[in-house]
Structures are given as structure tokens and as C-alpha cells.
Design a protein around this ligand. Structure first.
Ligand code: ADP
Ligand code: GLC
Length: 468
């Protein structure tokens, strides 16, 4: 079976968040003797593309509205990724030093059209087309409706919703950008008076998945306007929990961290990595270290951090370290806290893959007070590195973290996203840290939890088989 994943991000080529991690791992776990899984993604001007060389496998031109763009399909000259990746190069449009911007309609539409135009030239079409998020959401519609893709009508296709907050809306005034189709069916594109790529994909894809079972349920009542659509399409929707790439995220072999460790050597391993963090960020290694890694957006609850940290840090016996970027006002407030809590708090505002690995390995607790968390990978990375997650029970966090008050519990959970609940959770963490034997037992226990992709990759294969 040939699976073609189409995505805006893929680790290690281009990563903004968890979408990249998923698309960079799932194909590896799907590839076996009977399945071949590959990725098609945009060619951006980023570190990975600068550091590698490519050959062209196809060249053509595409039309989008009245404009014509030349495009090139590229392939790595030397691929060390364990799966094939093809890059859609559209100079001046896709080839930028960023993945997303504020006006991406044409960029991602051109990406989708170039991908399908290229596929028309293939001798054998894919057995499954697997689309990820709204950037590829018009593909299921075009496969079903666009005249020029008539020969694709029978290709089973899947949409995975990684985050329904973002839907890619644009005005019907731009409907001419989409390759022509029977206009009687224009309603398939519409949601709430706009063209909505995510909604169109939910309507047209043969099957729809989300990245955790709880998120699937939550979407029926909270989906940024798509609630009734997801309820009415629920018979083809299911939630499959993401996994993690346990080769990339492995404290025993991780080349980013200062000292590798296993369950047996966790104490010395975490200590060495914590020391590195504390030395770099002027923190005290004896105090419990609470960390956050992520996008500073309201979904992650990060707007509450400045106030919550201020309150939590009144306890001189804790430290907090943050790695992230996003909302400028929040960034500014988080920077300002550094002066006030020197030696107890620090933050790196920006994106740093290596530092994220050192934090997962060196921190004692990882904070995730998310308002929305379709799956969340950070808590699973934290578990693998023996760092206790402190999470708001929602979406994938609810499906992967059990509170210490419950039988076999190993994390700290709270129900709401408020300053008080965040600071109370930090207090619970501090208390647990004071009981060192219990704290140490839990962090060894969590390293044993298996969240590798093996089980979830199988669920996707079962789903592909059911629609193929
Ligand atoms: P989301 O995709 O919503 O941002 P996930 O938990 O699924 O959340 O995945 C986030 C991914 O991005 C993780 O691999 C996390 O380590 C990484 N990440 C987020 N922010 C940063 C940052 N500032 N520096 C390095 N890695 C980051
Ligand atoms: C999205 C979600 C996140 C999820 C990731 C990968 O970015 O916000 O919760 O883990 O996709 O599926």
C-alpha cells in the first residue's frame, strides 16, 4: 500500500510545532514490507534546505486564478530520513524563510495544486492520500470536484485535524483561485459565508481523524465554529492518539543533552542536565525546576504566566524556566520578570530545538496549562525523560496524564485554566519534590510508559484498510 502524506511541516525539514513531529515520525513507523509511506511538503528557505542538495524530478507550471507560477518537484540527493520526502518548489511564493505568515491562502493553495498536478503524471496513483490540517484541506475537495482531477475521484483520502482553531478561511471573492469545478457544489467549500478549507476537508475526506480521542469528543462542542459540522460528520470521524518518535526522543542516545541516561541512571543523568540548565540560566540546582516549552499563545494558557509566575515565585524555594515565543506582550512581560526574580526565574524567548531537549531532560516538572490541546507532544517527551507533567486535563493531556491522587497516577492535573489553578498545581509539585523517595519513584515509573508510534501507526493502517 502506498501512502502519501501531504503537509506544511515535517521534522527535521521545517518545524513550527507538533505537526512537524507527527509528519516526521508517522511515515517511519508505517514503512514496512507491505507499506510505503512518503511525504510531500513545501520547499522553504530554511536551515535544512540550505544544508542539503536536491535534484529535480518534475517541472511544470500551475495556474492559480489569473496567475501562472513555474514549479519544480525536488528530492533530496542523499536522504537520511527513513522515508521519502518530495518538495514542492514555487520560487517567490513558497520559498520563504518562514513556514507561515499572515497571508498564506495563495501559497498553500498553489502548493496543493502543484502537488496534484504532479500526481497526474504518476504511473501509479497513491492508495491513500493523507492530508494534515487546513493547509492541505482543499485537496479532498479538489480530488472530488475539480474537473482536471477527474482521474483521482477514487483515491481514498484522509484528513487529520491537528488543530481545529486554524481553518484557513478566505473570501468567496477568491473562489476563482480553485481549479474549476461544478459550481452547483460550491456549498462544499463554504462555512459561515467564507471558503473554509478545514470545513471543506471535513465534508469531502473519506475519513477524518483528530490527534486524540478526547479532542474528538471536545470538538463536538468546541471547534471554533465547526461544532455542528463535526457532530453531523461524526460517523466518519475518529480520534487516534499521536505517538512520539522514540529514536529522536530518547534520553539514552539524545545527542543534544549533556549526559545520556536510562531508567537505571536517571538520578545522575537528570542531575547533570539540570546542572547545565541551572549554570546557563543562573538557577539553583537544589530547588525544584518547573519548565514550560511552547508557543506563547492563548491556547497554551501562556497569557496567564506573568501573573501566575509572579505569585508562584513568592516561594523562594522554587525555580521556573521558560522557552517559547509568540504573543509580543506576553514575551515582554516574561522578559521583565527576569529582573524581579533573578536567580529564581529565567526565560529564553525564541525557538531552540537543542535547548528544548536539555529542558525535557533537566527539568523536574513540565507545565502545560493549555486551554486547548488536541494532543500535545511535550507531556509525552517529558514522561520519556522522567520529567513530571503538570497539565490541565483537556484533549490529549487528559488521555495521557493521570493525577498522582489516583491509582497508578504520575502527574499533576488541574481542571481549569486560571492563575489560581496553575499556582496551586505548582504548589502540589513543590510538595511532591519535598518527598524525594516518592518523587524519584514517580519519575522512574514515567520513563517506562510507552508512547512510541507503534500502536497508533497500526490504528492508522487499520483505518486505511477500512477505506481502501
Ligand atoms: P503545538 O504543536 O500545539 O505547538 P505540541 O505539544 O504538539 O504543540 O508540539 C510542540 C513541539 O514544538 C514540541 O516538539 C516542542 O518541543 C516544540 N517547541 C515548541 N516551542 C518550542 C521552542 N520555543 N523551542 C524549541 N522547541 C519548541
Ligand atoms: C497541533 C496541536 C497539538 C498536537 C500537534 C500534533 O499543533 O496544537 O496539540 O500535539 O498538532 O498533532
Amino acid at each position: 500500500m502506498n501512502i502519501t502524506h501531504i503537509s506544511a511541516e515535517c521534522y527535521p525539514v521545517a518545524k513550527v510545532g507538533g505537526l512537524a513531529d507527527v509528519v516526521g515520525a508517522l511515515p517511519k513507523y508505517q514503512n514496512n514490507s507491505s507499506i510505503s509511506s512518503q511525504v510531500i511538503m513545501p520547499y522553504y528557505d530554511v536551515k535544512f534546505t540550505q544544508a542539503n542538495t536536491f535534484t529535480s524530478v518534475f517541472k511544470s507550471e500551475l495556474s492559480i486564478g489569473d496567475l501562472t507560477y513555474k514549479f519544480n518537484i525536488l528530492k533530496l540527493k542523499k536522504n537520511n530520513l527513513d522515508f521519502d520526502v518530495f518538495f514542492v518548489d514555487i520560487p517567490n511564493l513558497l520559498f520563504k524563510d518562514y513556514v507561515y505568515s499572515f497571508s498564506d491562502t495563495e501559497r498553500f493553495l498553489a502548493f496543493q495544486i502543484a502537488t496534484l498536478d504532479w500526481m497526474l503524471s504518476w504511473d501509479k496513483y497513491p492508495d491513500i492520500i493523507h492530508c494534515h490540517d487546513h493547509h492541505t484541506g482543499l485537496i479532498p475537495f479538489m480530488l472530488q470536484e475539480s474537473f482536471k482531477y477527474e482521474s483521482f475521484r477514487k483515491i481514498p483520502n484522509i484528513l487529520t485535524i491537528h488543530n481545529a482553531q486554524y481553518q484557513g478561511w478566505f473570501s468567496h471573492d477568491n473562489v476563482n483561485l480553485i481549479p474549476s469545478f461544478n459550481f452547483d457544489n460550491v456549498g462544499l467549500l463554504d462555512w459561515g459565508g467564507n471558503i473554509n478549507p478545514l470545513a471543506a476537508a471535513i465534508k469531502c475526506a473519506w475519513s477524518v481523524t483528530t490527534v486524540s480521542p478526547s479532542y474528538m469528543e471536545e470538538l463536538k462542542t468546541s471547534a471554533n465554529g465547526l461544532e455542528s459540522l463535526l457532530s453531523s460528520e461524526s460517523s466518519k470521524c475518529s480520534g487516534i492518539l499521536n505517538g512520539i518518535d522514540s529514536n529522536v526522543w530518547n534520553p539514552e542516545t539524545d545527542s543534544y543533552i549533556v549526559k545520556n541516561y536510562s531508567k537505571k541512571t536517571i538520578a545522575s543523568g537528570k542531575k547533570a542536565n539540570k546542572k547545565e540548565l541551572c549554570d546557563t540560566f543562573n538557577l539553583d540546582i537544589e530547588k525544584p525546576l518547573f519548565a514550560f516549552i511552547g508557543r506563547l499563545v492563548d491556547e497554551k494558557g501562556s497569557d496567564l504566566f506573568p501573573e501566575a509566575f509572579k505569585i508562584a515565585l513568592k516561594n523562594p524555594n522554587i525555580s521556573i524556566l521558560l522557552l517559547g515565543s509568540g504573543n509580543k506582550e506576553v514575551e515582554r512581560k516574561l522578559e521583565a520578570l527576569k529582573k524581579e526574580f533573578k536567580g529564581q526565574y529565567n526565560a529564553f524567548i525564541g525557538y531552540d530545538e537543542k535547548l528544548s531537549h536539555i529542558i525535557y531532560s533537566g527539568a523536574d516538572f513540565l507545565l502545560m496549562p493549555s486551554r486547548v490541546e488536541p494532543c500535545g507532544l511535550n507531556q509525552m517527551y517529558a514522561l520519556r525523560y522522567g520529567t513530571i507533567p503538570i497539565v490541565r486535563s483537556i484533549g490529549g493531556l487528559k488521555d495521557t496524564v493521570t493525577d498522582i491522587s489516583e491509582e497508578h497516577g504520575f502527574g499533576i492535573c488541574h481542571d481549569n485554566v486560571t492563575v489560581t489553578e496553575i499556582t496551586t498545581a505548582i504548589k502540589r509539585g513543590t510538595k511532591l519534590y519535598e518527598k524525594q523517595p516518592e518523587f524519584k519513584k514517580i519519575r522512574t515509573q514515567i520513563m517506562k510508559i510507552d508512547h512510541s508510534w507503534d500502536a497508533s501507526a497500526k490504528q492508522y493502517i487499520n483505518l486505511y484498510n477500512s477505506i481502501n
